[in-house]
Design a protein around this ligand. Structure first.
Ligand code: ADP
Ligand code: MG
Length: 696
């Protein structure tokens, strides 16, 4: 069902023509473009450069700025192959103002002799300062007199797919831009917002900024052309999100009575009482579920804030009202942990919990499916397997999705169709990834939000220390002492295998090394390549205390709950993002013992790595950390690009455009109600590669 009356297209211009009208676009390229949502000329024009290179001038080596791309003109001083961990061709270049080091990791022997001492050379690349010198890794270069890398205008760099080079994009967009000037598309915001710059001007500017354009301002996303387009894109996004929400809200949902005797019984049997924040969120859920329309609510709460209990109470209320519950987690491991937790709570109350994962096969699977379909199974815990077509429920009343950002909106909604006849179940999403408000509005715009902003009493803050890699042996001795004192520790490595490009201490190598250095400690190894049963067995032995020191990759990031573990070592911590570091650190500090987190890092640290590590040292608050993360990294990386469709923003940037977002929401609401035809046109214009998102 579409929620908009679909008006006639507002703009029927030449720009609606298929891309095949352009020179150089045959069937093959048209299909490649179509795969990323580009079918019409207008689609092509809305495919904007990611960034620009300034090749309009030569920069003296002495004037290079860290991470600012530049063209260099100089001559070769020395060239030599070094044989360290990696074979590297090192070339030193001078231009009278300084010396630049160039590193090539991939090169042919024939290339080496090209770099003769005194040869003229031009380079274009990204300079990086490290220690006292400045270097470029794999720059573009031309050797010989008369080489010319200098260009007349700023060079756009387009997001691309394999098989489409930058020069192809530039040619195609160039053709489309000429048509744009003669046939400007309708300015859909003309009467809605106050922009000094028109849509066509903004588009033309961003594809082809003139020399002298403020590149700094553009790279910060703050040029008026970008603001004009970002405003429109965010309005289109908010319209889409409101549409999704609106469609869902039109269904009826089962009415669930809150504060059921079942959930009272659970509370009575627990050794602790809920925190005030847990109580508040539980009543928000109860109120939502007592309504006749589906609840759409996200519960955010830091690691260890006790989201499971809140979800379990909502589940019990649902069972008490005679409906079924599906509880879903993104990984097998996490699902198993929830299963174990819920079983421990529910079994004593005489409520069996069913299990369904991708590995549930044959008779077991058939039995579970038939119990869910008949309504004999009341609550099921599992993985994505629950989304599958053949999983039918008799009276599904509540869907709980843990770590919601790992699932797409569409997956969650696929379950919404599994409700009882004519009804849609309530939806509860949980996340420990704290999301800044601006981002939540974008990622979860279709959900209401509750926050558990309090940890259960008695939790010890985890002392966090940064330690340079050269002191690794001392760290190992400290781990040995902790093990002898009966404590447990995690040692997290960032990859399983020696990876020559990243130079990571491999978990396997670490395991061998630690077994050798700490012969008296009992040590286990767990990583993503183990079979699930093997993984589960190691985890269980750690939980039981049979393993004291667990060497792991980031597979333990979510869900591990071993209160006796009080020491967390993260190797190569500089390689991980803040959200991941925070999640990992959250594995300790769960018991009464003082806990420590040691972040091992290697020099040289990039500026952002340095920022991340010091934030970890200063803060334990997931929300503070998330805000910092957003500021450092940008939203695409923060949530993972695929899951949210966030990275699919073409122009809009967060947090830079946060203020626009608030305005966009208001405008979207107005258009949605009063001008559905324009709303539809806006959504269609910006849907493109996010077509999937728009279709849900
Ligand atoms: P998360 O929000 O990270 O999913 P969990 O729900 O796994 O946190 O809870 C973490 C631990 O805290 C569990 O062992 C849980 O039983 C315990 N817990 C939950 N609520 C409370 C509380 N109010 N007081 C004490 N411990 C609690
Ligand atoms: Mg949890």
């Amino acid at each position: 069902m579409r929620s908009f009356c679909i008006g006639t297209r507002l703009s029927q211009t030449i720009l609606q023509n298929p891309v095949t009208v352009l020179r150089g676009v045959g069937e093959k390229m048209a299909s490649r473009l179509s795969d990323i949502g580009i079918r019409s000329l207008e689609d092509l024009l809305f495919h904007f450069p990611l960034r620009y290179q300034d090749r309009t001038q030569i920069t003296p080596i002495g004037g290079l700025r860290d991470h600012v791309d530049a063209v260099i003109d100089g001559e070769v001083l020395t060239a030599a192959v070094t044989l360290g961990r990696r074979r590297t061709l090192l070339i030193k270049i001078e231009d009278g103002t300084g010396i630049l080091t160039v590193r090539l990791f991939h090169f042919r022997q024939a290339q080496v002799s090209q770099f003769k001492q005194g040869a003229a050379i031009q380079l274009f690349g990204t300079p990086r300062r490290s220690g006292g010198h400045i270097e470029m890794i794999h720059p573009e270069y031309r050797l010989g007199e008369g080489a010319n890398l200098v260009e007349q205008a700023l060079t756009p760099v387009y997001p691309t797919v394999s098989g489409m080079g930058q020069s192809t994009w530039r040619k195609l967009c160039g053709q489309a831009l000429r048509l744009l000037v003669a046939n400007p598309p309708e300015d859909l915001l003309a009467t809605v917002t106050e922009d000094a710059i028109t849509l066509s001007e903004a588009i033309a500017f961003l594809h082809n900024p003139p020399p002298g354009a403020e590149l700094n301002q553009i790279h910060q996303g703050l040029h008026p052309a970008q603001l004009r387009l970002a405003r429109e894109e965010l309005i289109a996004h908010q319209l889409t999100v409101q549409g999704v929400r609106d469609r869902e809200r039109r269904h009826t949902a089962p009415v669930i009575a809150g504060l059921s005797p079942l959930s009272e019984k659970l509370l009575a049997q627990l050794p602790f009482s809920p925190t005030a924040a847990q109580e508040r969120v539980a009543s928000e859920l109860a109120l939502d579920m007592s309504q006749q329309q589906p609840m759409l609510r996200l519960v955010q709460g830091d690691v260890g804030s006790g989201k499971t209990l809140v979800a379990a109470r909502a589940a019990l209320d649902t069972l008490a009202s005679g409906y079924q519950v599906a509880f879903m987690a993104p990984t097998e491991l996490l699902a198993e942990q929830h299963f174990a937790n819920l079983e421990a709570w529910f079994s004593p109350m005489g409520l069996p919990v069913a299990w369904l994962s991708g590995r549930t096969k044959g008779k077991a699977r058939a039995a579970t499916l038939s119990e869910l379909a008949s309504g004999d199974a009341h609550i099921v815990v599992g993985t994505h397997a629950l989304f599958q077509q053949d999983v039918q429920f008799r009276r599904l009343g509540l869907i709980i999705v843990d770590e919601q950002h790992r699932f797409g909106v569409h997956q969650r909604l696929a379950l919404a169709d599994k409700g009882a006849a004519g009804q849609h179940p309530h939806q509860l999403a949980l996340t420990a990834t704290p999301i800044p408000r601006s981002l939540a509005m974008v990622a979860y715009g279709d959900l209401d939000c509750s926050v558990i902003d309090e940890l259960p009493p008695g939790r010890q803050p985890v002392m966090t220390t940064l330690i340079e890699h050269s002191r690794r042996d001392a760290v190992i001795r400290r781990v040995g002492v902790a093990c002898r004192e009966g404590r447990q520790a995690y040692w997290v490595c960032t990859a399983i295998e020696e990876n020559d490009t990243l130079d990571i201490e491999a978990a396997e190598a670490t395991y061998k090394h630690l077994c050798h250095t700490l012969p008296e400690a009992s040590i286990g190894l767990v990583h993503g390549k183990l079979k699930p049963a093997e993984k589960a067995a190691v985890m269980e032995r750690f939980k039981q205390g049979e393993i004291q020191l667990l060497i792991a990759t980031t597979v333990i990031e979510v869900g591990m709950d071993v209160p006796n573990a009080s020491l967390m070592i993260i190797d190569n911590a500089e390689r991980l993002g803040l959200a991941q570091l925070h999640q990992l650190r959250g594995r300790v500090g769960r018991g009464a013992i003082d806990s420590h987190c040691l972040l091992l890092f290697r020099q040289p640290l990039s500026e952002t790595a340095q920022q991340r590590l010091s934030i970890m040292q200063e803060s334990h608050d997931g929300f503070v950390i998330a805000e910092a993360d957003l500021a450092i990294r940008g939203p695409g990386e923060l949530l993972g690009t695929r899951q949210t469709g966030l990275a699919a923003f073409r122009i809009a940037l967060l947090p830079e455009h946060e203020a626009l977002l608030v305005e966009a929401q208001a405008v979207a609401t107005r258009l949605y109600q009063h001008d559905p035809a324009r709303a539809e046109a806006l959504m269609r214009r910006w849907a493109g590669s996010r077509a999937d998102f728009a279709r849900v």
